[in-house]
Write a new protein. Structure first.
Length: 667
């Protein structure tokens, strides 16, 4: 089923990132946040503009994919898996296996490899996206080695509220969405529908033609994503809330062929002709909060998540036949179910104490067409405690600890020669302890200082332990968890009514890192716990209201990653330096103009040293209110048609244009 949609690359409405406190067209209301879906350590955390992107910012800068919305934040780098056409992010150097993704506190990452293609997660129905870096709440659950990402949905506050959009983008792109909600006092409902479709993306005129890519429109770069979300809530009183939710995502995408010049890359001589006709995700969840009295409450999150995926590898660029030895059709049919129970008590003076229990079962089922299905099942349990101890009005201490255990229940091997399925040898259960502590000092209402230390772990994924990686690797079922100790010193200050500033220094020490070791057997690698590494850097953000109708916002990230174990093997995908700046001007009340620029330094694409050069791109947006309930937006992304890449051989889109008509209910 093919719909019409618009791409995400960017688009207008207003300000830069969540640090901008103005609203996108003054009369458009701020979307209400579903607070039950938040997972926060302290009540001021959700105001931290280093770590949150709101819906008004995503709309203002046309960020229709979660990955590109997150890229607005310091400490977060937009990355990509070119060979799989997946959009991802890195958080202070940690990838999505180490920074899991949640929806209203419920895990939505793929059971098999721990990753998730964030381009498939659109932002149309979100109220905010939160990032916890290093010092993340233990209440999230296991595997948050480098932090956590939480997508937070909306909650209506009025009897009727709605918003939506219709838009177009060159070339041949369309998008549309509708959100509608109603709050009737004790009951509320919130629903959303969106579609996003592009036949192709446009390449920069500066692209140098390659063997498998002739420029102009990027071959096999189509995409289609549709999403339905719905939830119903019951609030019998101010202290209790019960919510049932449902999300259905249906996606399909092409996979552009490698278009680089790296002679050591096997895809240069043997390109992949891949398409993904199915990338579907379906989630059911129940979230509740019950306050027994003024000091004791109980929260639950229960969920069932299904993921279906079909990958077709074709013979050639006609994408019509699957007959050659390297061609195949692969099917995933996974599901996850579980929940967490959280008890919160304030019975001890000056303490806000929480204890949580998590259970999660991941089931992965895979096969190529013509082969039997292999089954893999993991169980993960966590018991965690967290306390907020307010020593004084200015000083707060937050300790936390958890015990995590993962047990493999089932793992099947398949011999392609004998056509026989057998069980892998039973692996021992893997366990780990996580501990952390944070100290926060509030100088006054506008200035605060914090320091945190956290020891976090990540269990090896099913893919880490059991994948043959198309015949090039040896499974290792007994992989141990990898460990990171994260240190941070942060400061937030409002200098005056016009100027505010935030910064954080961070350092992470990794041990038992899970890395691929080459030639364990001739020509074959294996994932092993042998890596040691250190990440360090700084992030900062500045917001300056130059005039009442003119503001400037900028953020800066610098990160160094050192491979202590093997200094000659490079860490990939993360630039050392990223800078984003945005200038917003409103010459009249109904018109907003935005200029946005982003710089990324060079980054490695391969561990042996292939890199992509630095780049700077400029975007321009304009948004005008045309009637009481309508606004019209237009913009240009990559204004100077820069030819740049996140991954060598996979160029990003060149100059492109878009227009969008927005409609919304009145305040």
């Amino acid at each position: 089923m093919k719909l019409k949609t618009i791409p995400l690359l960017l688009f207008p409405l207003l300000g830069f990132s969540q640090q901008n406190n103005s609203t996108p067209i003054d009369s458009i209301k701020k979307t209400n946040i579903f607070m039950l879906g938040e997972v926060i350590v302290t009540n001021h955390q959700n105001k931290d503009t280093l770590n949150r992107v709101t819906s008004k910012t995503m709309e203002a800068q046309n960020k229709m994919e979660v990955s590109r919305a997150l890229n607005l934040l310091p400490g977060v780098s937009l990355t990509a898996s070119g060979p799989r056409n997946e959009s991802m992010v890195s958080v202070r150097g940690f990838d999505l296996r180490q920074v899991p993704v949640y929806m209203d506190g419920i895990p939505v990452y793929v059971p098999y490899d721990g990753y998730v293609d964030l381009a498939r997660f659109t932002t149309f129905d979100l109220a905010a996206v939160d990032v916890s870096k290093g010092f993340s709440s233990v209440l999230y659950g296991p595997n948050s080695l480098g932090g956590a990402i939480n997508l937070i949905s909306r909650k209506p506050s009025k009897k009727l509220e709605y918003d939506g959009s219709l838009g177009m983008i060159n070339e041949n792109g369309y998008k549309g969405n509708l959100n509608i909600g109603s709050n009737l006092g004790k009951f509320y409902v919130q629903g959303g529908y969106s579609y996003f479709d592009r036949n192709s993306t446009r390449m920069s005129s500066g692209f140098v033609l390659m063997k498998n890519e002739d420029g102009s429109e990027r071959d096999n770069s189509y995409r289609n994503d549709q999403k339905i979300s719905f939830k119903i809530g019951w609030t019998p009183n101010k202290k209790n809330e019960y919510v049932l939710g449902y999300i259905n995502q249906q996606g399909e995408k092409g996979n552009p062929v490698y278009a680089g010049s790296d002679t050591q890359n096997s895809l240069l001589a043997k390109p992949r002709f891949w398409q993904w006709p199915v990338w579907d995700k379906e989630s059911y969840y129940f979230i509740s909060n019950s306050d027994f009295d003024d000091k004791n409450s109980f929260k639950t999150r229960l969920y069932f998540d299904r993921f279906k995926n079909i990958l077709k590898s074709y013979d050639d660029a006609t994408y019509s036949t699957i007959t050659k030895p390297y061609a195949f059709e692969s099917l995933y049919n996974d599901y996850t179910y579980g929940g967490n129970l959280e008890f919160n008590t304030k019975i001890i003076p000056k303490n806000d104490f929480k204890i949580a229990v998590h259970f999660k079962e991941d089931v992965h089922r895979e096969n190529n067409v013509g082969e039997p299905i292999r089954h893999f099942t993991d169980n993960t349990i966590l018991i965690g405690i967290e306390d907020i101890y307010k020593i004084s009005n200015k000083l707060t201490v937050i300790p936390g600890a958890s015990y995590n255990i993962r047990k493999n229940i089932e793992a099947e091997d398949y011999n392609t020669t004998t056509k026989v399925i057998s069980d892998y040898p039973a692996a021992d259960a893997s366990d780990a302890f996580n501990t952390q502590i944070g100290l926060f000092y509030q100088f006054n209402e506008t200035q605060k200082l914090g320091t945190t230390i956290s020891q976090k772990t990540r269990f090896a994924t099913i893919k880490d332990r059991y994948s043959y990686r198309m015949g090039t690797a040896i499974p290792n079922p007994d992989l141990k968890p990898e460990t990171a100790v994260n240190y941070e010193l942060n400061y937030t200050g409002k200098i005056n009514d016009k100027l505010s500033f935030q910064t954080a220094l961070f350092y992470s020490s990794l041990t038992d890192a899970i890395l691929s070791v080459s030639n364990v057997q001739p020509g074959k690698s294996q994932m092993q716990n042998f890596g040691e590494a250190a990440y360090k850097g700084i992030e900062a953000q500045l917001n300056y209201a130059i005039l009442e109708n003119l503001s400037f916002n900028a953020n800066y990230t610098y990160i160094e990653r050192k491979n202590i174990t093997s200094p000659n093997i490079h860490f990939t995908d993360v630039p050392n330096t990223k800078v984003i700046g945005t200038l917003e001007y409103s010459p009249i009340k109904i018109l907003k103009l935005i200029a946005n620029s982003e710089f990324n330094s060079s980054r490695y694409s391969t561990s042996y040293g292939t890199d992509v050069p630095d780049y700077t791109i400029l975007n321009f947006y304009a948004s005008g209110k045309i009637l009481k309930n309508f606004s019209f937006d237009a913009g240009i992304n990559n204004l100077f048609d820069k030819n740049y890449s996140l991954v060598e051989g996979y160029p990003e889109e060149g100059r492109n244009f878009f227009v969008t008509l927005r409609f919304f209910s009145s305040n």
